[in-house]
Structures are given as C-alpha cells and as structure tokens.
Design a protein around this ligand. Structure first.
Ligand SMILES: CCCCCCCC(=O)SCCNC(=O)CCNC(=O)[C@H](O)C(C)(C)COP(=O)(O)OP(=O)(O)OC[C@H]1O[C@@H](n2cnc3c(N)ncnc32)[C@H](O)[C@@H]1OP(=O)(O)O
Length: 201
C-alpha cells in the first residue's frame, strides 16, 4: 500500500531521517569502546522496536514533486524521508534536465577521503532518470557507463547535473556529471528504455 502525501512531507519524518543519518555517521566514526558501543546498540534497538510496532506495508511514500509528478520521499538517493539517502537538495528540474546538490559524509567513504564509486554511480543514475522524465520520456536505466576522472570528495557540497540527449525509438540517451568546486570528478552516459506500462512513483 502506498501513502500519498500532497505537498510537503511531515517534519517528523524528515527530522527522524536526518537524526538517523547523523546516527549512522556517529556509528561509523565511533571510538572502539565495546561497553559503550553495546550500550548504544541496546538503546537503538529499543527505538527500532517502537518504530517497528507501527510499521507500514510498503516503503513507498509518495509526494508531489515538480515535473516528475510523483516521487517517493523514501527514494534511496533523493528522498528526505530515507536516512540512507545522502539526500539531494536544491533540486531544479525542467525540460533541459536536472541540477541538484549533494553532500556525502564519511559514511560514504570508499578510497581514503573520497566517496565510494558506487554511491557516485547511484547519484548519476538517479539524475539521468530524473532528467529524462522531466524531458517527457520517463524510462528505466538499461545501461550506465561511469567514468571516474578524479576522486569525489565528501564533506563538501557537490553539484550534480544531468540532461536528456536524444531518443531513438524506446531508447533514451542521457548524460550526467558530478562536480566539486567547478571540477568535474565523474561523468556518466546512459541508455534508458521507455516504460511501456504505468510509470511507478
Ligand atoms: C523519476 C525517477 C528517478 C529515479 C531513476 C532511477 C533510475 C534507476 O535506478 S532505474 C533502475 C535500474 N534499472 C532497472 O532495474 C532496469 C532493469 N532492466 C529491465 O527492466 C529491462 O532490461 C528494460 C526495461 C530496461 C528493457 O527491457 P525491455 O522492455 O524488454 O526492452 P528490450 O526490448 O530488451 O530493449 C529495448 C531497446 O533497448 C535496448 N537495450 C536494452 N538493454 C540495453 C542495454 N543494456 N544496453 C544498450 N541497449 C539496450 C535494446 O537493444 C532495444 O533496442 P531496439 O529498440 O533498438 O531494438
């Protein structure tokens, strides 16, 4: 079952997700103090159980969202309701494409001081999906080629850009990049295939 929330998400949900994001970072950076860590684990388990007692059937939480129409606030890249999402901010979507900001943290570290390539690819994948939907061609990624030009830093705001390139039958081509302070660290080219049925939210 999905829940449609017109307009904005409830502040409770975004605040909870933000605090859990902080928690995940604190866990990753916590000093190795076994009794302290076990005590924290027990307290977290209590909170988890209280939330689980009010569990919904589906992770989907649909909100109105710009030109895409509907997008889950629990989307794992963009969604402010999902603690796993970095999430994206300052999202601007129009027929020309998508621009957004994202700030990764130590949680996303792959190479020392740099973002894991899988997270960079996830953001680029999401961005091309958003860009083609905004251009009027909602589609699923069939192929994503990512070139990592430089390490992508975390702890600083990064710019994400994606745009629709062209369409050939059901195939939709798009490109995207992620940059830090004007330096492009990774680029992607993607082939997406148009949805044949209803577009999932
Ligand atoms: C707005 C929301 C923003 C969020 C965006 C999130 C982006 C995502 O993460 S999408 C999720 C990840 N992607 C997926 O799960 C997709 C999994 N793959 C599939 O479901 C299917 O392979 C699918 C739907 C892409 C294509 O299958 P199907 O509909 O049977 O198409 P099919 O007939 O095989 O191919 C259609 C065309 O695409 C081409 N094609 C298919 N796969 C590829 C590929 N990997 N590389 C190149 N071309 C391909 C085919 O050659 C064919 O071309 P042509 O029309 O010229 O003959």
């Amino acid at each position: 079952m999905t829940t449609e929330v017109p307009g904005k998400l409830s502040p409770g949900r975004t605040t909870l997700a933000a605090r859990v994001r902080d928690l995940i970072e604190a866990v990753v950076l916590a000093e190795d103090d076994p009794p302290g860590l076990l005590d924290a684990a027990a307290r977290i388990e209590e909170v988890t159980e209280s939330l689980r007692a009010r569990r919904r059937e589906s992770p989907r939480l649909l909100v109105q969202a710009d030109t895409v129409g509907r997008l889950s606030a629990n989307n794992p890249v963009e969604g402010p309701g999902n603690p796993l999402a970095p999430p994206l901010s300052r999202i601007r979507v129009d027929v020309d494409g998508m621009r957004a900001e994202v700030t990764f943290t130590a949680v996303h570290e792959g190479p020392p001081e740099r973002v894991h390539g899988g997270w960079v690819a996830a953001v680029l994948d999401h961005a091309v999906g958003r860009a083609v939907a905004a251009a009027g061609h909602p589609a699923m990624t069939a192929s994503l080629t990512v070139d990592y030009h430089e390490g992508t830093p975390y702890g600083v705001p990064l710019e994400v850009e994606a745009r629709f390139a062209r369409r050939d039958g059901r195939k939709v081509y798009a490109i995207a990049n992620i940059s830090s302070g004007g330096t492009i660290t990774a680029t992607a080219s993607a082939i997406l295939v148009l949805f044949t049925g209803p577009v999932p939210g």
